[in-house]
Design a protein around this ligand. Sequence first.
Ligand code: FDA
Length: 388
Amino acid sequence: MNKTDVIVIGAGAAGLMCAATAGLRGRKVVLMDHSEKLAEKIRISGGGRCNFTNLNVRPECYLSNNPHFVKSALKQFTQFDFMALLDKHGLTYHEKTLGQLFCDQNSQGIIEMLKAEVNLGDVIWRMGTEVIAVAQVEGQFQVTTATEVWLSDALVIATGGLSIPQIGATAFGYEVAKQFGLNLQPLAAALVPLTFQAEDLWAELAGVALENVVVSCENTSFRESILLTHKGLSGPAILQISSFWQAGKTLEIDLIPDLDLADFLRTANRDALLSTVLADVLPKRFVGVWLAKYGEIRPLKQYSSKELQRLESELHQWHIKPSGSLGYKKAEVTRGGVDTDQLLSKSMMVREIPGLYFIGEVVDVTGWLGGYNFQWAWSSGYVAGMNI
Ligand code: FDA
């Protein structure tokens, strides 16, 4: 039997941050992960360049059953604190768009930085380690692996969500939560492409990108680009809205949010084909397929004002009902998770079970696309690390 102060299960974004923080405070930490490879999700993130945080991080950018829950951790360890860590390690970064920060030394730079911090904290590594059982024995936590048994005062669950099972995502954290009698908010794939029926339409439009559109669902809207694919819709605005979408709900898409179409058509060449006129404001292939709905494409002057009104309202308010999503295989994150009502927001400890912590994506906190999810992993990992 081995004895330690802290066991962290999951050496991803949150687990690395937590282990390093606790180790640097002088706590004896063991960091376990079933994967041989370190932090695979960081590696593949942001197309390999890791969108590690966002300049505009604020509580409103997170979904949770309790929208106030994130405030404490985000305040205790901010995006600027993480940027300072990069500075300390000589890493550089740049803003791509909408406050999204990417590492110039790619994802590997971030992984090496976190690994170095963990090593500074003298943390004991246990990569490639399958956890067989977790139990609470006389106020301590007992973690049994294939080859060892560890006892600790504190146990941190940082095993992430269900997305991308191909690189090691499991339901472990949710199972441990259930084992300890904790409630879970319903899980769903989020930041994920949405699928639709009417496959012929999608096949014709596959590959078309529409910039600067507004996608809305219920009372939430995002203005970014969308991408039409063989199966449906993807692109930043769709990934964002997917976190708010629920089965059966309809999306509303404004394809030309800044354009008064009637005004635009008044000054256009009335002898030109409507497709030629619209190709100035929308991709040509999209216009061709879209206008085919109204019959043969004619010169602008041959369209009745009623037809043009219908066109305008459909371009501003395209209503479509997704049939589903591409699921966990393609989702960036999992929505839902360990109910925040059971956790202390200052430390991430389970209220009723001193010494047990949940951090990162396994918790019912889901950030917007754009570096917000990593910031949650850093912030929640840090506060747990400071309190264990
Ligand atoms: P994370 O998934 O990072 O780590 C969990 C760890 O637990 C893994 O190392 C895993 O092997 C381990 N584990 C799982 N089950 C286990 C078990 N049974 N036993 C032991 N270990 C176990 N976010 C962002 O802010 N910016 C971005 O650019 C991107 N890009 C991006 C791209 C793609 C393709 C995906 C899938 C996701 C993103 N994300 C992102 C989201 C981001 O990767 C995610 O929110 C964080 O990695 C979550 O950090 P965690 O530490 O909670 O889980």
